[in-house]
Design a protein around this ligand. Structure first.
Ligand SMILES: NC(=O)c1ccc[n+]([C@@H]2O[C@H](COP(=O)([O-])OP(=O)(O)OC[C@H]3O[C@@H](n4cnc5c(N)ncnc54)[C@H](O)[C@@H]3O)[C@@H](O)[C@H]2O)c1
Length: 422
């Protein structure tokens, strides 16, 4: 029996098409790994709960885990990122789904609890909400060893778990899959950069000639800066890390504090994982240029002061899907994307399937690794084994028909030795 609550089961046909399109662009996850999983069933008897953006790519991860023998439960990791058609299609494929676009905070946590009630053995999180809830409300799943280990998909989630680990309250083995090279060099850098372009293109806004302020110069934000510059924008970067700021400066961007950047900004995009990158004050709101587009791509909607902007506005008008015009008391208008939530996922379809192939190839192989090594895993942060990271890299290259060199024995000994010098 499949357990579920989705927006509309009738959307399943459309969702199946979306899953099919993504499948063809995810050969590592859907061909190589899924085929082997189908034969070997490495996840037999295992229940996996994923708190992830319910997109066509995540749908294909779920299908691969199911092919490996797992019982799969899914809930959304953001109230606005669920693709309702995909959610409906997954139910028909035997995946237990609790997700719909536009759920309230209360419903969001209800969906998480439905997944935890299934007593999962592996949790795959995106932002840490499910695993933190397990620590707060499902202690028995942890103390009984029902939860074998967990995986985290995004930077914000990894930061929350590192904080828990430091304070000695992380009680499960936690693999920060986000930090694997095959994940953050491609998913965060390429995916977010292209995703925001797709979102803003969808609004028929020209990048060329615009002053685009990018807050942060990390994995996501540096990718966004590069894409915006490639489209002819004048890119200004704001940072708090001196080295990242130097990297931005030497890459040819203007670098300045956000307060100085605001008055001329035509488009402001944040992806820092921080809070209130634009301070929630009237003074800062007054600095915003009339007509500015404000979008956040960081995990939570507090990166830009969403709540305070809504309170300050005297009028809020939806002007197209997921774009609101906020009219300030002085008549100035600003355009807020996706209610301050991940604009690339809400206004567009999130990361292209080609990059999610690597992230979800990793999540699939890590699920198998956890089952195989369950007796050795201890609570705390554990890096994704380099062999698994490399394996996904090789499989991706292979799927693209790209060959690379292999170290000779002589070269291997040289780069791992110290005796050969001048
Ligand atoms: N939208 C998406 O699809 C998507 C994809 C991956 C990650 N994310 C999220 O995006 C955020 C960033 O992830 P990342 O991997 O790029 O992290 P990162 O750590 O690589 O980069 C963040 C950068 O922001 C800078 N920063 C922090 N606070 C700042 C502030 N107040 N002002 C200016 N700069 C500041 C940091 O110094 C760092 O260089 C996280 O919340 C992550 O979970 C979103």
């Amino acid at each position: 029996m499949v357990n579920y609550k989705v927006a509309d089961e009738n959307l399943a046909i459309q969702g199946k098409e979306a899953l099919y399109i993504a499948e063809s662009k995810m050969p590592v996850t859907t061909k190589v790994i899924r085929k082997r999983f189908q034969k070997e069933k490495p996840l037999d008897g295992i229940t996996i709960a994923g708190c992830l953006h319910i997109t066509k790519e995540t749908g294909n991860l779920a299908r691969t885990l199911k092919a490996g023998g797992a019982e799969v439960y899914l809930c959304g990791s953001n109230p606005l990122s669920t693709q309702d058609d995909v959610a409906a299609a997954l139910v028909q494929e035997g995946i237990n789904v609790f997700a719909w676009h536009g759920n309230t905070d209360e419903e969001f946590y209800w969906c998480i609890r439905q997944c935890l009630d299934a007593k999962p053995n592996i949790l795959i999180d995106d932002g840490a909400d499910m695993i933190v809830t397990a620590h707060q409300e499902y202690e028995d799943l942890i103390s009984s060893g029902t939860i074998i280990a967990c995986q985290e998909e995004t930077t914000t989630g990894v930061k929350r778990f590192r904080a828990m680990d430091k304070q000695g309250v992380l009680k499960v083995p936690l693999f920060p899959v986000n930090d694997a090279r095959c994940k953050n060099h491609f998913d965060n850098e390429l995916g977010t950069g292209q995703g925001i372009v797709a979102a803003i293109y969808g609004m028929h806004v020209l990048f060329a000639g615009k002053n685009v302020v990018i807050a942060g110069y990390g994995h996501c934000s540096s990718g966004m800066a590069l894409r915006a510059r490639g489209l002819g924008a004048n890119v200004i970067v704001t940072e708090v890390d001196p080295i990242k700021a130097l990297q931005a400066k030497f890459s040819g961007y203007q670098v300045m504090p956000i307060e100085k950047a605001l008055p001329d900004a035509d488009i402001i995009l944040t992806a820092t994982g921080c809070k209130h990158v634009i301070a929630p004050t009237k003074e800062m709101f007054d600095k915003l240029k009339n007509g500015v587009i404000l979008g956040n791509l960081g995990h939570f909607d507090i990166e830009v002061p969403t709540k305070e902007l809504y309170e300050y506005a005297k009028e809020i008008k939806p002007i197209r899907s997921n774009v609101e015009e906020l009219i300030f008391p002085d008549g100035k208008k600003i355009y807020l994307l996706a209610k301050g939530r991940l604009a690339n996922l809400v206004l567009s379809e999130g990361h292209p399937a080609e990059v999610m192939d690597m992230s979800f190839g990793l999540q699939s192989l890590m699920s198998e690794f956890i089952v195989k090594n369950k007796d050795e895993l201890k609570p705390g942060m554990i890096d994704v084994p380099i062999e698994i990271d490399d394996r996904v890299g090789f499989l991706k290259l292979q799927s693209m028909g790209v060959e690379i060199d292999k170290l000779t024995e002589e070269q291997y000994n040289y780069i791992h030795g110290f005796l050969e010098g001048t």
